[in-house]
Design a protein around this ligand. Structure first.
Ligand SMILES: Nc1ncnc2c1ncn2[C@@H]1O[C@H](COP(=O)(O)OP(=O)(O)OP(=O)(O)O)[C@@H](O)[C@H]1O
Length: 262
């Protein structure tokens, strides 16, 4: 996990992103005019009401979903228009994922789960490095345990180790603490922050939780598919206040729209 030299300061750049699901009367505009950059070696939280487009933004940024319009650059490389095969290879190299439900293979040990993406990519398996990363996430003594023998927090640590082991350009985390109790959630958030501070990682995390967002360097707020504001150096209180303000604003806007449509 050495620091990387790279020509752009951004691990991920989205420019003019529009994403429409479906067609005709059934179409849903999930993202509209989204331009946002995620700087290297930062932890960014993406927040917004349910349905505001957070997961869609994450999927477009990670090359899991193709925007209807706009450009996505991952580690400086344009990914829109790439074939499925090229995207799969790019994701293997440049992207790590952490999910709310951990998504570990139940039959494999912690160490085998950590090296699985490398194995699938046909890359050399460095067992010593896998052990190192497991030690870094506090599981040095659990490498031989299967997920069912680990707590939720420990399983999420394995998932973080699995994301870290390939030193990706960016790690995307979708509600990484959503199924953990608050103490364990704090430990996982500390670990994500450490992965940025100590291991030069870039992390983009979708969350509903102002406390989780307070661990980020910056929060990007979405409403109705658009980035409406951002906040640097957030606290749980300042994020909660901003969410309340945005909720009120979104409500007034939809009432005004409904009245305009009468
Ligand atoms: N595959 C899909 N087909 C059709 N509409 C979709 C699809 N995926 C998402 N949408 C719609 O796009 C909008 C944005 O959804 P998205 O899941 O990105 O929001 P979100 O902010 O992540 O929501 P939540 O916080 O509830 O997870 C919503 O209106 C959703 O119903």
């Amino acid at each position: 996990m050495s620091s990387r030299q790279s020509p752009t300061p951004h691990a991920v750049s989205l420019s003019g992103i529009r994403k429409v699901y479906g067609t005709g009367d059934n179409s849903v505009v999930a993202l509209e005019s989204v331009t946002v950059n995620f700087e290297r070696r930062t932890l960014t939280a993406v927040m917004g009401p349910s349905g505001s487009g957070k997961t869609t933004l994450l999927h477009c940024a990670a090359g899991l979903d193709e925007p209807t319009e706009g450009s996505v650059k991952l580690d400086g490389q344009e990914i829109t228009g790439l074939s499925e095969t090229a995207l799969t290879l790019l994701r293997r190299d440049k992207v790590g994922f952490i999910f709310q439900a951990f998504n570990l293979m139940p039959a494999l040990t912690a160490e085998q789960n950590v090296v699985l993406p490398l194995r699938l990519a046909g890359r050399k398996i460095d067992k010593a490095k896998a052990r190192d990363v497991l030690t870094q996430v506090g599981l040095g003594d659990r490498a031989g345990h299967r997920p069912s023998e680990l707590s939720g927090g420990q399983q999420q640590r394995v998932a973080i180790a699995r994301a870290l082991v390939a030193s990706p350009a960016v790690i995307f985390a979708d509600e990484p603490t959503g199924s953990l109790d608050s103490k364990t959630a704090r430990e996982i958030l500390e670990l994500l922050r450490e992965s940025v501070r100590l291991y030069d990682q870039t992390v983009v995390m979708v969350t509903h939780d102002p406390v989780a967002a307070s661990y980020a360097d910056r929060v990007v707020f979405l409403v109705d598919g658009s980035v409406v504001t951002e906040m640097a150096n957030p606290t749980a209180e300042s994020v909660a206040e901003q969410l309340t303000r945005l909720g009120e604003w979104a409500k007034q806007r939809s009432v005004a729209r409904a009245e305009g449509g009468r």
